[in-house]
Design a protein around this ligand. Structure first.
Ligand code: GTR
Length: 325
């Protein structure tokens, strides 16, 4: 009996520390980010990770991999779907290839302004769209700001849609963006973000389109100095998790992660505004030709037919978005 007690005690001493150790081992989730360290979306990712760590008392760690270390956006989205990457922050544009409904959020000249867009994203429609990602293998976690996208090129100043005619313009891997560029009479060329600089430099494309932070931080301004502020789209960024990998966590942990993503939004938006100013100052100082377009009527007219070409589902969503006051 005594011998049995000694063995039991010995076993307890051996097993107890290892159980404690197992409990202390954190859950590590990898987050893929296209932009480099210090870019506003990357700072937003870091804030999201900080909130998750703090609120889970260090039980859940989100490791941010910036600068496309885990791949370009389309490939990363696929890996999230298969559970090989846990989370990513991407533009909704390439996600819409997997979840077509999201196209409603990137229609040209849709929002009155950024406040209108944020009312939509944080309101019922935004929540509904995040939830609608689940059947496709994603858990919609939150949105980030990405301002407005405009055209830039290496050839000449562009003042009207007619000036874009025949130009080869790089677009994200998105059907809707291909259609948008065609509406302006230009020739769309889908290409991963990481290839745009050399594409512009070698003349594979004449131009591209993006917001001021991307135009500046990816150095596109060095090789495409004409930037026309036509602001054709406001395409929100999205944070998506893998249904396979996050699905293994408890409901409480999934909710904690969702809430942290939402709570990181205001921080990211403030960083965004600051970086837009820095970017515009830098590209002006570098001698880029910035062409403001205060009256966008003819730009809007050129893309108007796109609205009629959308599915009924998207047209209904667009009507609801426009009705948000
Ligand atoms: C940026 C966006 C990136 C990426 C890029 C692109 O504005 O933040 O996630 O989608 O545009 O044009 O590929």
């Amino acid at each position: 009996m005594k011998k049995f007690r000694i063995i039991a005690l010995a076993l307890l001493l051996i097993l107890l520390p290892s159980t404690l150790f197992a409990q202390a081992k954190p859950i590590v989730l990898r987050l893929a980010e296209t932009h480099p360290k210090g870019y506003p979306t990357e700072l937003g990712d870091e804030e999201f990770a900080r909130l998750v760590k703090e609120r889970s008392n260090g039980r859940i760690i989100i490791e941010v991999y910036p600068g496309s270390q885990l791949g370009e956006e389309k490939a990363v989205i696929e890996q999230v779907q298969f559970g090989a990457i846990d989370i990513t922050r991407v533009s909704i544009s390439p996600v819409a290839a997997f979840v077509p409904k999201l196209n409603a959020f990137q229609m040209p000249y849709l929002y009155r302004d950024s406040d209108h867009m944020w009312k939509v994203l944080k309101g019922d429609i935004g929540m509904e769209l995040l939830a609608s990602l689940e059947p496709f293998g994603f858990i919609g976690l939150g949105w980030f700001e990405a301002g407005a996208r405009s055209f830039y090129n290496s050839k000449k100043p562009v003042y009207t849609p007619a000036d874009l005619k025949g130009m080869k313009i790089r677009v994200q891997e998105s059907e809707l963006m291909l259609g948008l560029v065609r509406s302006f009479g230009a020739i769309p060329t889908p290409m991963p973000y990481g290839e745009v600089y050399s594409g512009l430099q070698t003349g594979v494309v004449d131009g591209a389109e993006n917001n001021p932070p991307s135009y500046y931080s990816a150095s596109h301004y060095e090789v495409a100095k004409y930037y026309t502020l036509d602001e054709h789209t406001m395409v929100p960024e999205i944070i998506i998790g893998s249904k396979i990998s996050l699905g293994r966590l408890s409901k409480a942990d999934q909710d904690l992660i969702k809430k942290a993503a939402m709570d990181a939004i205001d921080y990211q938006r403030a960083e965004w505004d600051a970086y837009v100013k820095v970017s515009m100052d830098k590209v002006k100082a570098a001698g880029c030709t910035i062409i403001p377009i205060p009256d966008k009527t003819e730009w809007m007219k050129a893309v108007e037919p796109m609205y009629k070409q959308q599915t009924k589902e998207i047209q209904d969503l667009v009507a609801r978005i426009r009705a948000v006051k």
